[in-house]
Design a protein around this ligand. Sequence first.
Ligand SMILES: Cc1ncc(COP(=O)(O)O)c(C=O)c1O
Length: 455
Amino acid sequence: MQSSLPLTIDRASGVPLHLQVAEQFRAAVMDGRLQAGHRLPSTRDLARELSVSRSVTQAAYDQLHAEGWIEGRTGAGTFVTDVAPLQPAVRRSKTPQPDADPKLLTLRPGIPYIAPTPDPGWRRAWREVSTQSPPRGYDDAPGLPALRAALADHVARVRGIACGPENVLVTNGTVHGLRLLLTVTRHPGDRIAIEDPGYLNAVAAARDHRLEIVDVPVDEDGLQVAALTGEAQAVYVTPSHQYPLGGRLPVARRNELVRWARRTGSLLIEDDYDSEFRYDVAPLPALAQLDLERVVHLGTLSKTLSPALRLGWLVASEAMVDRLAAHRKSTGDWPAWPMQAALLAMLRDGYLDRAVRRSRRLYAERRTLTCEVLAPYGQVIGQDAGLHITLLLSGNTDDRHIAAAARQAGVVVAPLSEYRRTIPGPPGLVIGYATPSAPDLHRALTVLTTVLAHR
Ligand SMILES: Cc1ncc(COP(=O)(O)O)c(C=O)c1O
């Protein structure tokens, strides 16, 4: 049924009739079909036009009046107001995220392979969670006690860090732990040394905390400890696989770094993001193994299971953990119970160990393939560990240009220059080989080599 206003009633829709009238009225004003000052029919006339009861049109007018879309003028009738209603503040964006195009193959570093079907160990852990009631309430700011104990055993076993539950704080991943640490222990203007090139999210965290960043050079072995000066009060470092160049900090440098921190009273922040993966090389001690008073160690599930889980751990002195936990109590910012309970089940079951072993086999093959295919196009470095390699290119190459051309051809890679701040170095590409399926990795490498051959 049509009326003198652009309204139609649909009795089959199940939506109450007065709401249909009000909604269509709003839409007509928003898109200009009804102009400010337009005189409306009376509720009685509109009810007749629409073949509805007057209570329907009255309810619609009351609603529109309350919301400010219409106004009554004494003796003259009801009019569309000339005050343009506020547009909703948040509009849905139609532009897709840059990397979200499903047709693009991604070789950006940092994301593990996620099997399309979850395996029995994963399902068992979640079933176990679903049979439990949640704990009482706000008691577990540092993390579930049983999970802290299981994580202490885990890092002692796989990273050699002698610690107990009192040294462990459960986090939503590395960046969450890092930001908490900076919030609680740093003041604006404090100086923090960060590897250059280095991890962009660590740099962003330091900037957001208004810290002064001291750029420290990196070579094929990782952070150049000898370049640290006394001015830094904290150091953020990726010793197990320097991000992004891939060096593994040798024992002598680790010792030197800890000695330097003891001498200067600095805090060392060890980002241990992908230490689970190394290929044909001996393990190196975690920095935190050397001195838990000077080192805060950050671990994550983001590379072993998935970044989507948002779960990790921070290992530090008991006093530091207590300080961080006390701050958390006032923010309510700690991982949700179901996630923590699931991780506990996965650790107890040996699921995490099995998943890491399986991924290590998978990534070892992909790493070999990636190195072989790319070796003719530059110098491959950082291949002993982790989920990515870096391909150094000849000095005059514009790596951003190569990355843009690769993207045009359907493959996303990260230009090395993206990670550099002030310290110059050769151009390159940072290439993650873990994310795609095996056939997609082949395809992506073929595309990339074609782009590199035509540079
Ligand atoms: C150097 C480095 N640290 C940490 C992470 C993981 O961060 P999170 O645990 O917050 O997901 C990444 C992921 O790409 C990384 O590259």
